[in-house]
Design a protein around this ligand. Structure first.
Ligand code: CS2
Ligand code: MN
Length: 356
């Protein structure tokens, strides 16, 4: 297992590489070129400079998150071939600089969705992200996006970059004619093109689960259960076609048995990496993000880490969204303190598994 930390780059992440380096047990970052739009080629020069900056800080950059998939690929438009070719060039360029895993998602339009980015926890005064399906009743998706961007403390959020959302209305209309099976067919077309290249250059593609783990705004979503992931890994059968286990997003549906899912795909060698975070439900579709400890939320972190330890011990892990504590202000979900505590806690579980 290699413990890593998400880093958005020096220009847009208030957390510095030096701070990340000082978290005990940290080996590297899950990196991102924050200025690239979906569909663009990540050039050798750009990647080279970025990786060098990380290595100079004493960290590795073996995982990239995310190389976003252009909407035309998901919608299966004729223009997709151009974007797929760009994706392939990016894969080759990343491999050249030592990247081993690319995390991405195939969610239509929206990446993760919350109804509140900054909800105070009355028990201790910390802040965290919150989701309440009831708050979505009668809300127009465009309005929700506008609110989310306006409430992000001046940061763009992954999947919510304002430029990606410019043509939102048209895209939402187009999806009215795309059913889950159509989306899967478009997904297969993409995988059939990129996975052979990944095999050739030693890259694993790790698909992130839908967040939350159900359909929103009537859009088709195909990555939020064991059955969904079974179909995904079969779309193109290769160890390079893998999944990213994100406990907070998959776990938003309590029917998802996280340790069982990890074990199943771990034994198949199809877990590319894991995001580990905890959430607490108040209702079936109402939850908040909590500290990582098992006792703080609904997810049993010991069982999650044990399943990883026993079936896919060589993966990259990172603490995912944390709370805002100790007065920290920053990108919602991606503050330094709570994620650093989460990383140490997960490393502690790991040590006990190794020694036990
Ligand atoms: C993140 C995602 O919020 C999360 O759980 O891990 O934004 C993730 O980076 C993307 O979905 C991957 O493409
Ligand atoms: Mn995640």
């Amino acid at each position: 297992m290699k413990m890593t930390f998400r880093w958005f780059g020096a220009n847009s992440d208030p957390v510095s590489l030096q701070q990340i380096r000082q978290i005990p047990g940290m080996t590297g970052v899950m990196g991102f070129l924050d200025y690239k739009e979906a569909g663009e080629v990540w050039t050798r020069e750009e990647i080279g400079a970025y990786v060098k900056e990380i290595q100079n800080a004493g960290l590795e950059c073996e995982v990239i998150e995310s190389v976003n998939v252009h909407e035309d690929i998901k919608m299966g438009l004729p223009t997709r071939d151009r974007y797929i070719q760009n994706y392939i060039t990016t894969i080759r360029n990343l491999a050249e600089f030592g990247v081993k895993v690319i995390v991405y998602n195939f969610m239509p339009v929206f990446d993760w969705l919350r109804t509140d980015l900054h909800r105070m926890n009355p028990a201790d005064g910390s802040y965290s992200m919150y989701y309440d399906e009831r708050e979505l009743q009668g809300v127009d998706p465009l309005e929700l996006v506008r609110n989310t961007i306006n409430n992000a403390n001046g940061f763009s959020l992954p999947g919510w970059e304002p430029n990606r959302l410019a043509e939102l209305e048209e895209t939402l209309n187009r999806y009215k004619n795309i059913a889950a099976d159509d989306l899967r067919a478009n997904y297969k077309y993409f995988l059939d093109a990129v996975i052979p290249v990944c095999e050739e250059c030693g890259i694993v593609m790790a698909c992130h689960s839908d967040d939350p783990a159900w359909n929103i705004f009537g859009l088709p979503r195909i990555a939020h259960s064991a059955e969904d992931f079974e179909k995904i890994v079969q779309l193109h059968d290769s160890p390079s076609n893998a999944i990213c286990i994100c406990t907070g997003s998959l776990g938003s549906d309590p029917k998802n048995d996280l340790p069982a899912i990890i074990r199943h795909f771990g034994k198949m060698n199809r877990v590319g990496c894991a995001h580990v975070r905890n959430i607490k439900h108040f209702n079936e579709r109402e939850f908040c993000e909590t500290a990582h400890l098992s006792s703080e939320g609904d997810i049993d972190m010991y069982e999650v880490m044990k399943a990883i330890y026993e079936t896919c011990p060589d993966i990259y892990i990172r603490p995912d969204h944390g709370r805002m504590v100790w007065g920290e202000e920053g990108r919602p979900g991606y503050g330094l303190y709570d994620r650093a505590m989460g990383a140490c806690y997960l490393s502690g579980i790991w040590e006990s598994l190794q020694k036990g």
